[in-house]
Each structure stands twice: as C-alpha cells, then as structure tokens.
Design a binder for this molecule. Structure first.
Ligand code: GUN
Ligand code: ZN
Length: 439
C-alpha cells in the first residue's frame, strides 16, 4: 500500500552537539513523505514528489503541522504506569514503599496484559514509537509487553528485571532462575518482528555478583542484545553500592568489572559520574538515558548533559521518561524539563535543534538503531509523529508569533504535551489519530 503525508518536515543530518546546530537541521516547509510497505520511499518538496507517486497513493494532509521521526524513550518502566506521581520519598524509600508492591501485581498475567496495552497506547499518544522498557521480575510481564508490541508493529526493546537480593521475597529471583528465564524470553522474542531483548539487571544493589556475571553470560550468547540498568542516580544509592562492592572504583566500575559496559548498554540516569566514568562510556559506546522529570521528582540531582556530550569524548545520550518516577511519557514535556536542568547546570543551553535531535536521531543513535529509525529519509522505517502547533490555545497563540522553525520547535518543547501529537505512524500505519478519538 502506498501512502504519502504532506506537511512541514523536520529532520537532522548530523549531531548538533558536535557540529553547528543550524547546519544539522533539515527543514522542508511544504514537504511530502512517500511510504510503502512500512518504509519511507522518498521525501522532499511536495511539488517535486507528488508527480512521482504511484496511481492510487493516498495523500494525507497535515496543514500547519510538523512531521518528524517518532520519539525515542530510552528508559521507562511499563509496570509503573499505575503509580506515577507517588509522593514523599527519594529513590530507595520510593522503591520500597511504592514500586516493589506495585510490581508484585505483575505475577498475574491478566494484570500484565491490561497494563501493557494501556502503556503502549499511552506511549503512541505521546508520539513515542521506540522505547527501552523495563518489565518486572515475572517472565509473564515480558510476554504481555512483547505480544502487544508485535500486535501494534512497534519497534521496542524490553526485558525481564533481574533482582536476586535486597528486594521482597515475592519479587526476587536467583542468579540461576533469572538466567534461565531470560534465556527462554530471548529465544521467544528477540528478533521477532521488530522486538529486541534487553538483559535487565535492575541495579547493582539488587543484583549479586553472581547475577551480574549471569547477565554478562547472556549477553555473550546472542547477537544484538541490549543491556539496561540504573547507574549513579542517587547519593544514598551510590553509598550503598560502595559498601556492597568495596573493590570497585566507582558505581560504573561495578558494571565494567562484570563485563556489562558495551556499545548496546543503556544506563539510566548517570547523574553522579566522574570524568573517568564518562571516558569509559565514550570508549565503550555506551549510552546514558537522561531522565529529567524523574530526577527532579525524586530529587536525585541534575544530569550534566553538556559535560556528557563534550565533543572531546562525547558519550551517547538519549532521553528517558523513567515513568513511574518520571511524571510524563511525553518527550516534549521531558525536553521542557531537560532545558531547565541544563539551565540550572549552566554549562550550555538546550536549544530546540539539540532537543529534537535528542528525542529522535540522537536517541536512535544512542540505541544503535540509527540505520533504521530516527530519520525522515528514504529506506528508513516509517515511524513518524505529526506535531500540531495549534493543539492548545496558548501554544497556538505563542506559535503565531514565531518567525523561524527553531522558534516553533522550541515553543512545542516548552508548551507542548500529548495534546500536540496530532498523529503517530508506526511502520507506515497510523496508530494514533488524535482527532478521530472520542474525547
Ligand atoms: N533504581 C532501581 N530501580 C529503579 C526504578 O524502578 N526506578 C528508578 N528511577 N530508579 C531505580
Ligand atoms: Zn528507571
């Protein structure tokens, strides 16, 4: 089937942390994206592309809207959707009081299926088409998630959480059972349709050295697996890691010694890292997920984005919502908070070009997926989002005064939220049409 989307197209040709941001932006004020069989066939000015379309191509027009690559969320917990906004604690107290009792409910596969469906629907309503997702310790929570993702056709990364100590009995595995269950899940889901498996040790305090070794063993057995975990999020957590692993130089070193720092490793947070840690991540090609709404909500600290992305040794960075500690699945809201955190740190300003790059191509690059997603370009998978600058009265009024596409994008990232997602396309198929949904 042949479809074409008409609108203002925004994309990127390069990394705006390493080159002048203006030079990295691609902008087609009246553009057309031609899609066939889930892939982008051609992109360009409407007047140039329209004569090349096969007869019968359905043209969908989005006047005044921006079409860009679907958003990438590199760190999110689907089981925590039901407890977003749980107040009054920092990380460790919040895990004990809210997260662990919530995650215990995912022993019930019906509950897991219900939440997985709702989560993926919410993700698409927010314009996110790829995410790296934590399930719970229960294999059935992973089955529920991937089954729904396969049904929708989304490109997702997910895995069973490994945790064999310092968590309640009901949600504790062992190094051995965690390994066996992960292996079975890898065989069932990794590479199926657009799904990839992430070996997911929750964080160093909940994993014995044997379990970290088992995680490394899993990574060595199958090509293309990801590794996701938490890193240097909170000071009390870091002090605990230092007591549990006295031989390690730093929190990152715990994972490095276990063989878990590689090109497909995604570390959530990475707030309290030192220069040596950044260098290790750079050399390994590992990615940090910047989770500003979560870090602000839990009072964890300010991620030093511009230091991480220092052009002398840039570390891959993607955005993470980190729901349920994060308070929104919207990458626009995440960017709004990322801007404020960058201002508070004072080492650089998160302009709209860098911001949207992080949410799209930068996120894809951090996840080693930039050969398939993150661009509006021929041969790329047609995962696209349509942004509506008239989605709220204030946004519409404000954008009426914008003189440039950068200003328009910046207004979207400061005032926009899920209402600004006019439509979301996955594999060339419209999976969210805001205006077709009942209020
Ligand atoms: N560290 C270990 N588990 C978690 C979690 O579920 N959320 C966050 N934000 N940090 C964690
Ligand atoms: Zn997290």
């Amino acid at each position: 089937m042949s479809t074409a989307l008409r609108g203002r197209i925004v994309g990127f040709r390069d990394d705006p942390f390493l080159a002048a941001p203006r030079d990295c932006l691609q902008h087609e004020p009246d553009g057309l994206v031609h899609i066939e069989n889930g892939l982008i066939v051609s992109v360009g000015p409407y007047a140039e592309i329209v004569p090349t379309l096969p007869a019968g191509t359905q043209i969908v027009c989005y006047p005044n809207a921006i079409i860009c690559a679907g958003f990438v969320d590199a760190h999110v917990h689907y089981p925590q959707l039901q407890m977003v906004g749980a107040p009054g604690e920092q990380l460790l107290g919040w895990l004990d009081r809210y997260v662990f009792p919530t995650e215990a409910q995912f022993a019930d596969p019906d509950h897991a299926r219900r939440v997985a469906r709702r989560f993926l629907r919410e993700l698409l309503r927010a314009g996110t088409t790829t995410a790296a997702v934590y399930c719970t310790v229960h294999p059935q929570s992973v089955d529920a998630f991937f089954a729904e993702s396969v049904r929708l056709g989304t490109r997702m990364i997910a895995g069973k959480v490994l945790m064999d100590r310092n968590v309640p009995d009901a949600i504790r595995d062992t190094a051995k059972t965690g390994h066996a269950e992960s292996l079975a899940l890898i065989r069932r889901w990794h590479g199926k349709a657009r799904q990839s498996y992430a070996v997911t040790p929750r964080f160093a305090p909940s994993c014995s050295p044997e379990q970290l070794a088992a995680a490394a063993d899993l990574l060595g057995q199958t090509d293309g697996l990801f590794l996701q975990t938490h890193l240097a999020e909170n000071q009390a957590e870091i002090a605990w890691v230092a007591r549990l692993f006295p031989e390690a130089r730093s929190y990152l070193d715990v994972y490095d010694r276990a063989g878990l720092v590689g090109a497909r490793s995604i570390f959530g947070h990475g707030i309290h890292l030192d220069e040596q840690d950044f260098c290790i991540c750079h050399r390994a090609g590992a990615a940090l997920a910047h989770c500003p709404t979560s870090n602000l909500f839990l009072g964890s600290g300010n991620f030093r984005l511009f230091e991480a992305r220092d052009p002398r040794r840039p570390v891959h960075v993607a955005l993470g919502s980190d729901v349920g500690a994060g308070t929104s699945l919207s990458s626009l809201v995440t960017l709004n908070e990322a801007y404020k955190v960058a201002q508070a740190v004072g080492a650089g300003t998160l302009d709209a070009i860098r911001g949207f790059w992080l949410a799209t191509l930068g996120g894809a690059r951090a996840l080693s997926l930039d050969d398939r997603i993150g661009r509006v370009a021929p041969g790329y998978e047609a995962d696209l989002v349509v942004l509506d600058p008239d989605s709220s009265p204030l946004l519409s009024f404000r954008t009426g005064f914008c003189d440039s596409v950068e200003e328009l994008l910046f207004a979207l990232m400061t005032l926009g939220d899920d209402r600004a997602i006019r439509a979301t396309y996955v594999n060339g198929r419209c999976v969210h049409d805001r205006d077709a949904e009942a209020p």
